[in-house]
Design a protein around this ligand. Structure first.
Ligand SMILES: Nc1ncnc2c1ncn2[C@@H]1O[C@H](COP(=O)(O)OP(=O)(O)OP(=O)(O)O)[C@@H](O)[C@H]1O
Ligand SMILES: [Mg+2]
Length: 414
């Protein structure tokens, strides 16, 4: 096992397009690191540069303290598990796992020892004599991982390994991979564009946008302290609400009314004109089900509820609002960057299942003002960021570079 250090890694494809743009990430020995971001942001490219399937244009790729830029894939001793596991259909599970050992000319007794050890870890003992064609998707995946395990690779690399499984199996496999990675303690880099996988699997998550690292932090830090609008909009489901906001002393003026925020939190956002407030659906509540001691400090407003979806344990209420053009423009761009999936000029509020709010009501809504984020609409930066609990944020310079690349890209396309 080994640590992986990426130092200022750049990948330019033949047409000059920077698919990976100056990315530096240290993966600790035994760490589970996730690369996440919308389609085309450079995740697979970065992973393929770690394994050696793609040339590195610039920067240093270090594995176990050794520079591997010029090493062939087979000399890097990494195990890659793809979306299609490429098992040999005519070989038994046993022989599929044994394959790399046979190739290396290992003795029968060594093969047997290693295959049985891997099969025990993976719960495949009863399937060793079967053929891959008779196994479930999850079992097949475990066989593929068994093959990686017997090689005693320095690290596991996964590229969207669950994307072709159905939702239920994906959930099971997610837990399985997580459990296995912990048991083996093997350094792992895992690519996904699914934010749920990113949040549940990773020790740390690297969020990429157009080949540029936006933030590298634990799932909790990303959720509670997103560095910018992009990360805030990407992490969380249903996504964070974005609404126009103006700061006035300790108050923030939202389309629905004024709310008082903690002075220390709002301090950095003073005198900045029109801002974008980011508030997660679960940081609202029906005021009538909130403890009265929370309601004292001017944190409620009245809103006209348009639609209510009741799910039993909770309900979603929708509240439409108007956004001025400056904010609307930024939100439209954001939707594009995120491979847009939601309408952003309605507020989504998650209510307790006990709430009696129904469609058409004017309801009193409480907002947890400590959890409101304020973003600069021009740069997307989170002005209320608690930098101490935000992991690594490459900084404004990186964000500006992403903008430049975006413009280059638009120019190429038009
Ligand atoms: N062989 C290639 N030649 C030129 N450009 C490429 C090549 N492979 C990828 N790209 C470009 O590099 C960028 C990053 O591609 P990459 O496959 O790394 O994205 P990704 O994040 O893995 O996306 P997805 O989620 O769709 O798999 C894309 O804009 C893509 O068009
Ligand atoms: Mg990919």
């Amino acid at each position: 096992m080994a640590a992986i250090e990426m130092k200022n890694i750049v990948k330019r494809y033949g047409d000059g397009f920077p698919a990976v743009n100056d990315i530096s990430i240290d993966v600790a020995d035994g760490e589970f690191l996730i690369l996440v971001g919308p389609s085309g942001c450079g995740k697979s490219t970065l992973l393929r540069m770690i394994v050696g399937l793609e040339d590195i244009t610039d920067g240093d790729m270090m594995i176990g303290g050794k520079r591997v830029n010029d090493l062939a894939p087979r000399d890097r001793n990494l195990a890659m598990v793809f979306q299609n596991y490429a098992l040999y259909p005519h070989l038994t599970v046993y022989e599929n796992i044994a394959f790399p050992l046979r190739l290396a000319g290992a003795s029968d007794s060594e093969v047997d020892e290693k295959v049985r050890e891997a099969s025990k870890t993976l719960d495949l003992d009863e399937h060793l004599d079967r053929k891959p064609g008779n196994l479930s998707g999850g079992q097949r995946q475990r066989v593929a991982m068994g093959r990686a395990i017997v090689r005693e690779a320095e690290a596991f690399l996964f590229d969207e390994p669950l994307s072709n499984l159905d939702a239920k199996l994906r959930g099971q496999m997610r837990t399985e991979i997580s459990r296995l990675q912990k048991r083996l303690g093997i350094t792992t880099v895992y690519v996904t564009h699914d934010q749920t996988e990113a949040m549940t699997l990773g020790d740390r998550v690297a969020v990429l946008k157009r080949g540029i690292l936006q933030q590298l932090a634990s799932p909790r830090e990303l959720y509670e302290n997103p560095a910018n609008l992009f990360v805030a909009g990407f992490i969380g489901s249903p996504p964070m609400n974005f609404v126009p906001a103006k700061v006035d002393g300790d108050y923030v003026e939202l389309p629905f009314g004024k709310v008082r925020m903690p002075s220390d939190k709002i301090a950095t956002a003073q005198g900045k004109g029109l801002l974008i407030a980011g508030i997660r659906p679960e940081h609202f509540e029906d005021a009538s089900v909130v403890d009265s001691d929370k309601l004292t400090d001017e944190t409620t407003f009245d809103a006209q509820v348009d639609v209510v979806e009741w799910l039993g344990n909770e309900a979603y209420a929708y509240v439409p609002f108007e956004a001025p053009p400056e904010v609307q423009e930024q939100l439209t761009q954001l939707e594009k960057d995120l491979d847009g999936e939601s309408m952003r000029t309605q507020l989504v509020i998650s209510l307790d299942g006990a709430s009696r709010i129904s469609e058409g009501d004017t309801a009193t809504i409480w907002v947890d003002a400590r959890k409101i984020h304020l973003f600069d609409p021009a740069t997307g930066d989170n002005l209320t960021l608690d930098a101490e609990h935000a992991g690594i944020v490459p900084g404004a310079e990186a964000a500006a570079r992403a903008e430049e690349v975006g413009k280059e890209q638009d120019a190429v396309q038009s």
